[in-house]
Design a protein around this ligand. Structure first.
Ligand code: ZN
Length: 182
């Protein structure tokens, strides 16, 4: 069973306090992948920063995606439909699996493969991939549904995920089974 994990596609990370111009270009592929995941009955996880004032990470980035604020909401283009198989998972650090209970939730649903998407390839996607590796999940990362900051080499970030966590690097088209353009 697969789970699609969408990391930090929140207002603050797209247009707000930590806005990333690169995030715009992954929205459309993510919409297609999310629709596919729902159709196929994958588990869907929105792994979202929901910070509190004493979170250590704020030393690095300042306040962002503070729990309960508009900046901590998933962008409207990817609106969650919470339910038994669609989980909103708050996090207070980089990794989707760190102190979140997500591992237990996914295992209870029979998930053994995670498709990790969102932001940022070299930070939260990376830490979430490590969390997935050590908990025994197969990892797939569609390169057009993740992004790093401007100035960060995407290929290098993806190579790290492949080389260090055995992540399978693919594309949204391949995952949704889109016909290859002639
Ligand atoms: Zn954060």
């Amino acid at each position: 069973m697969k789970a699609l994990i969408i990391v930090d596609m929140l207002d603050d990370f797209v247009t707000g306090s930590l806005a990333n111009p690169r995030a715009q270009r992954i929205v459309e592929p993510l919409q297609r992948l999310l629709a596919h995941a729902r159709e196929e009955g994958w588990v869907v996880v929105f792994s979202n920063d929901a910070h509190q004032a004493d979170d250590p990470e704020l030393k690095v980035w300042g306040e962002h995606a503070m729990k309960g604020t508009p900046g901590a909401q998933v962008i409207k283009e990817l609106e969650p439909k919470p339910g038994e198989r669609e989980i909103i998972s708050d996090k207070r650090g980089y990794g989707a699996f760190d102190f979140t209970g997500l591992d237990e939730q996914l295992k209870a649903l029979g998930v053994d493969e995670v498709v990790i998407t969102g932001q940022h390839t070299h930070i939260c996607v990376r830490h979430s991939s490590y969390g997935a590796l050590i908990r025994g999940y197969e990892i797939t990362i569609p390169r057009d549904a993740v992004c790093a900051f401007e100035g960060v080499d995407e290929d290098q970030a993806l190579e790290y995920l492949e080389g260090t966590y055995a992540a399978r690097i693919t594309t949204v088209d391949e995952l949704v089974g889109a016909p290859v353009a002639a």
